[in-house]
Ligand binder design. Structure first.
Ligand SMILES: Nc1ncnc2c1ncn2[C@@H]1O[C@H](COP(=O)(O)OP(=O)(O)OP(=O)(O)O)[C@@H](O)[C@H]1O
Ligand SMILES: [Mg+2]
Length: 383
């Protein structure tokens, strides 16, 4: 549906910095890549998320697709239409790209009614492509119905709740029947509870209408719950693409493992093997992990998700691999879960469990993790 190849976008560095530099020598135009060599495919009907920390290039990628930024290099195709091609000098104007946009910064227009907000993108189409006024009304009403705003059409847009305003922005993005919808942090202005219900709403709409969406967020939980696939970005590049489960359970680098949720990192050396299992010497002793690709002598970085780490006051009934003694250093009640930080020798390990297994500080405990839940993270040295 959408294919992006080798997209790069650089900005000149701030002029003040250049001026200062020019005092000590000849001026060179310094450039910084906001997006570097980014390629990905989005399938029809897919919710594809760009996820990464602030400044990693998500918005720049999305604005390039929308035609609001001109990339330095690369191609952007939607189905068989070329929207941008640096080699062949193709650059379709934003309003001719027929994409729906819901940007956080493009909030609703306060001086217009709900209805006018939604009909506006159709009103401003060039005469050639603009539907007649009856058709504009029909389509605006349809978009308002989809987003459950039909009762509010004549209200000034400012007299809406946060969630209603967000739905209005969505209705405005959908009214042109876009082949692709671009959403940049569309829920970030909402409070936690509303955000969560809007996520479900958005997912429902996407399924019902069969929308293809690119969703930008720096919120891992949002990305994991909403997406069919996630592309994790760091410093202008895509570092991993996969389903939420892939990304969470099989991160391909320390960066991804660390960025997606909370984890415990341990480092060690592989010292023995038995079938698919490898024994890894770490600071607290040894640990078995399912890691058929690791060889004896390899350095290994391990990620242990807190929800895979079990804490108990009794040892396992059968002798277990990966069981250590420790004591509870801290406890934090989370409502639906309880977090423990367990001290094992010099090290601290985080565990998350059902609140029925909650232990006071200094309780002596057994900590365990099944070898299948120990994730061996590829490290830069091995890549
Ligand atoms: N118009 C601009 N001029 C110069 N630098 C820019 C411009 N727009 C963005 N940048 C820089 O490009 C990089 C990527 O910015 P971008 O807005 O794409 O990040 P982002 O991933 O969307 O971050 P956030 O999560 O904070 O919205 C940043 O370092 C930013 O400072
Ligand atoms: Mg952004």
């Amino acid at each position: 549906m959408l294919t992006i190849t080798n997209l790069s976008k650089a900005y000149d560095v701030a002029p003040e910095r250049r001026r200062r530099r020019s005092e000590d020598g000849p001026t060179k135009t310094a450039r910084k890549f906001a997006v570097q060599d980014v390629s990905f495919d989005v399938k029809a009907g897919e919710m594809f998320t760009l996820l990464g920390p602030s400044g990693c290039g998500k918005t720049t990628t999305l604005r390039s697709i929308a035609g609001l930024e001109t990339p330095n290099t690369g191609t952007i195709r939607v189905e068989d239409r070329v929207l941008y091609d640096s080699d062949n000098r193709v650059n379709v104007q934003p309003y001719d790209r027929k994409l729906g946009m819901v940007f956080q910064s493009y909030a609703i227009w306060p001086h217009l009614t709900v209805f006018k907000n939604v009909s506006f993108p159709l009103e401003v189409l060039s005469r050639k492509t603009r539907p007649n006024s009856a058709e504009i009304r029909r389509r605006a009403h349809q978009a308002l119905e989809m987003t459950e705003l039909s009762e509010l059409t004549e209200r000034p847009a400012t007299a809406l709740s946060g969630g209603q305003q967000q739905r209005l922005a969505l209705a405005r993005g959908l009214v042109i029947n876009p082949s692709l919808v671009l959403l940049d942090e569309p829920l970030s202005n909402l409070d936690a509870k509303l955000r969560e219900s809007m996520r479900f709403e958005l997912k429902r709409l996407q399924h019902e209408l069969g929308l293809t969406c690119i969703y930008v967020t720096h919120d891992q939980v949002e990305a994991l719950t909403l997406s069919d696939r996630i592309a994790v970005m760091n410093e202008g590049r895509i570092v991993q693409v996969g389903t939420p489960k892939d990304i969470y359970e099989r991160p391909n680098s320390r960066f991804v493992a660390d960025f997606i949720g909370v984890t415990n990192f341990l480092e060690g050396t592989v010292t023995a093997q038995e079938g698919r299992l490898r024994k890894i010497e770490v600071a607290v002793g040894s640990l078995w992990a399912e890691a058929p690709d690791a060889a004896i002598g390899d350095h290994a970085l391990l990620s242990l998700r807190p929800e895979s780490v079990t804490v108990a006051t009794e040892p396992g009934s059968q002798p277990r691999l990966n069981e250590w003694r420790g004591s509870i250093a801290r406890r934090a009640f989370q409502g639906d879960a309880v977090d423990h930080v367990v001290r094992i020798g010099e090290m601290e390990i985080r565990s998350r469990s059902n609140p029925s297994h909650s232990y006071e500080e200094n309780t002596e405990v057994y900590v365990s993790i099944p070898p299948q839940k120990v994730v061996v993270v590829p490290t830069e040295e091995r890549l």
